[in-house]
Design a protein around this ligand. Structure first.
Ligand SMILES: Cc1cc2nc3c(=O)[nH]c(=O)nc-3n(C[C@H](O)[C@H](O)[C@H](O)COP(=O)(O)O)c2cc1C
Length: 175
């Protein structure tokens, strides 16, 4: 099988938001697809089994999506994608401007903000698939074009790593 053929599938980049046992958590994700245009519209989300986000969505049954645009600060991707909110010292949402959408945070600077309610859960070997109904959706502050996962892989990765290195250094300097 030519596994790399799968890189020809297209994805955007998103931040999930979820209530956790110690506040709020979330992750940076690409594996999101709208799978129905019905009423309500429905979305599928593939979340890695070991992520704190996965177990938190399982417990609460709801989550948000913030759709990232081309103008996103690279640190936002690192903040949500390179560290786990399982560590109580990590407060991802304290590092970004956010607003509660039906009680769960979304990024102010997103291009769209969506609140979802989980209807079905399928456990696979590496990922948990959440099938969820859209409860509300609105535009965020940014009207930039969506950031694609392929663009992250091709041109953004280095600046995201650099931003995370600086963030860790700043935190170490403060202690
Ligand atoms: C660009 C990018 C894309 C990612 N895509 C996904 C994804 O689709 N699904 C997923 O579960 N994790 C994905 N991750 C990894 C999670 O964001 C990462 O494991 C995060 O630290 C999980 O945090 P948590 O333990 O607080 O949930 C991605 C990370 C990056 C940087």
């Amino acid at each position: 099988m030519e596994n790399e053929a799968l890189f020809k599938l297209s994805y955007g980049l998103y931040v999930t938001g979820v209530k956790t046992e110690n506040g709020f958590g979330g992750s940076c994700v690409d594996s999101i697809a709208q799978i129905s245009h019905g009423d309500p519209p429905r979305v599928a989300f593939g979340s890695m089994n070991q992520n704190f986000t996965t177990e938190s969505i399982r417990k609460s049954g709801e989550f948000t999506l913030s759709v990232l645009g081309q103008d996103v600060d690279p640190l936002v991707i690192a903040n949500f994608g390179f560290q786990s909110a399982r560590d109580p010292a990590v407060s991802k949402w304290n590092n970004v401007n956010n607003t509660l959408m039906d009680g769960i945070p979304v990024l102010d600077g997103a291009i769209a903000q969506i609140k979802l309610s989980v209807e079905e859960i399928i456990l696979y070997d590496t990922h948990t698939l959440f099938l969820a109904a859209v409860k509300s959706a609105k535009f965020g502050e940014s009207d930039a074009k969506p950031l694609l996962y392929s663009e992250y892989l091709a041109g953004w990765k280095d600046k995201v790593f650099a931003a995370f290195g600086q963030y860790k250094k700043d935190r170490a300097d403060q202690t």
